[in-house]
Design a protein around this ligand. Structure first.
Ligand code: CP
Length: 336
C-alpha cells in the first residue's frame, strides 16, 4: 500500500482502498488509483450519456433528488467548482457553496469541525479542494457512513474528475487508446492533473505516454511508471496524437528555478511551429486556467486542434456521472 504522512501526521492511503465501502463499491472518489478499466469505462460511458452540445439544453434527471451537495474549496477554482455545482443542480440536488473567506475557518475553525457542521445540516456529498496532501482521505475516515467525499483537487497529488474528463475528451476524438501517443508537457512535478491523467490513461491502455518538462519541473524517478521522459519539447512532440499542456504551478513551487515567461514560452511553449512535428491530426488539451503565450500559444489554444472548450463541457458531464454513480452505490448499500 502506498502511504504518505501529511504535515499533520495523518496517514493517507493513496492506493484507493479508503474510497470503497465494505462491498468494494465506490463511496468516495479520492483518487483514480485502483479503479479498474471497467470502472473507468462505466464512468466515461455515463458521462458521455450526459454530454450535450453547447447550444442544446443540458441533460437533467433526478438522480440526486433529496441529496445535499456542499462545495468546500479551500483553493481557488472556476471550472471545477462551477461544474460540480451545475452537475449537482442538474441532477436535482440542493447545493451550498461555502465561501471560505467569509466562513468560520478564518476564525480558526478546523476543517473537520467545518465538515461536521455541514454534515449536521444534512449535507451528504462534500466536494473538497485543498492544498494539504491526504486531507480528503483523512476526512473520508471521519465522516458519517452515509456521507461521500469527492476530491476536487488535492495538493499536487490527485484531481480525479479532471483525469476522467481528460480521458473522455481523448476518447471522443480518438477511439483506439492502444494506438495513441499522448504527451503531457509542462510542470509535471507539481501537477495533480498530470498524475490523475497518467492514472486514467495507463489503466485505459494508452499506447505510449510521454512526459516533458524542464529539469526542475520533472517529477522524481519512480513516479509516472512506464512514461517516457523528455527534457526537450521538440523531441517529445514528434509524432504524438494528443498534447496536454500544463500551467506552471507557481503556488506550489518554493525552491525550483523557473525561467521568466518569455524564456519558458520560447524553450517549452506549445506553438504552431512545434505542432508541425506532431501527428497531422493531433489534438491539443489544457486543463485551465491557461497562461496564454507562456505554456501554450494563443493561436494554438484558440485554433482548430484545440479541445479546451470541449474539456470544460465534458467536465460537467463527468461530474454528473461521478455524483450519480456515488449516490447509486450509497443507495445500494442502504438496501441491504
Ligand atoms: N482544471 C481546473 O481544475 O480548473 P479550476 O482550477 O478552474 O477548477
Amino acid at each position: 500500500m502506498q502511504t504518505r504522512y501529511t504535515p499533520a501526521g495523518v496517514v493517507s492511503d493513496l492506493s484507493g482502498r479508503i474510497q470503497r465501502d465494505s462491498e468494494g463499491r465506490l463511496q468516495h472518489l479520492i483518487t483514480l488509483e485502483g479503479l479498474s478499466r471497467d470502472e473507468l469505462n462505466a464512468l466515461l460511458d455515463l458521462a458521455q450519456f450526459y454530454v450535450r452540445a453547447v447550444g442544446d439544453l443540458p441533460a437533467r434527471d433526478q438522480s440526486l433528488a433529496g441529496h445535499t451537495v456542499a462545495n468546500l474549496f479551500f483553493e481557488p477554482s472556476t471550472r471545477t467548482r462551477v461544474s460540480f455545482e451545475l452537475a449537482a443542480r442538474r441532477l436535482g440536488a440542493e447545493v451550498v457553496n461555502l465561501d471560505m473567506q467569509s466562513s468560520s475557518r478564518v476564525k480558526g475553525e478546523t476543517v473537520l469541525d467545518t465538515i461536521y457542521t455541514l454534515q449536521a445540516m444534512h449535507a451528504d456529498i462534500l466536494v473538497m479542494r485543498d492544498a494539504e496532501p491526504g486531507l480528503p482521505a483523512f476526512v473520508a475516515r471521519q465522516v458519517a457512513p452515509h456521507v461521500c467525499i469527492l476530491n476536487a483537487g488535492e495538493a499536487h497529488l490527485s484531481h480525479p474528475t479532471q483525469g476522467l474528463l481528460d480521458a473522455l475528451t481523448i476518447r471522443q476524438a480518438r477511439s483506439d487508446f492502444s494506438q495513441l501517443r499522448v504527451l503531457i508537457a509542462g510542470d509535471i512535478a507539481h501537477s495533480r492533473v498530470a498524475r490523475s491523467a497518467w492514472q486514467a490513461l495507463t489503466t485505459l491502455g494508452i499506447g505510449e505516454l510521454r512526459i516533458a518538462a524542464p529539469e526542475d519541473l520533472m517529477p522524481p524517478e519512480g513516479e509516472f511508471a512506464r512514461a517516457v521522459r523528455f527534457s526537450d519539447i521538440d523531441a517529445a512532440i514528434e509524432g504524438v496524437d494528443v498534447i496536454m499542456a500544463l500551467r506552471i504551478q507557481r503556488e506550489r513551487i518554493i525552491h525550483s528555478q523557473i525561467p521568466d515567461e518569455a524564456t519558458y514560452h520560447r524553450t517549452f511553449g506549445i506553438t504552431e511551429e512545434r505542432l508541425r512535428r506532431a501527428h497531422p491530426d493531433v489534438i491539443v488539451m489544457h486543463p485551465g486556467p491557461m497562461n496564454r503565450d507562456v505554456e501554450i500559444a494563443s493561436e494554438v489554444a484558440d485554433g482548430p486542434r484545440s479541445m479546451i472548450q470541449q474539456q470544460v463541457t465534458n467536465g460537467v458531464a463527468v461530474r454528473m456521472a461521478v455524483l450519480a454513480t456515488i449516490v447509486r452505490n450509497v443507495q445500494a448499500r442502504r438496501q441491504f
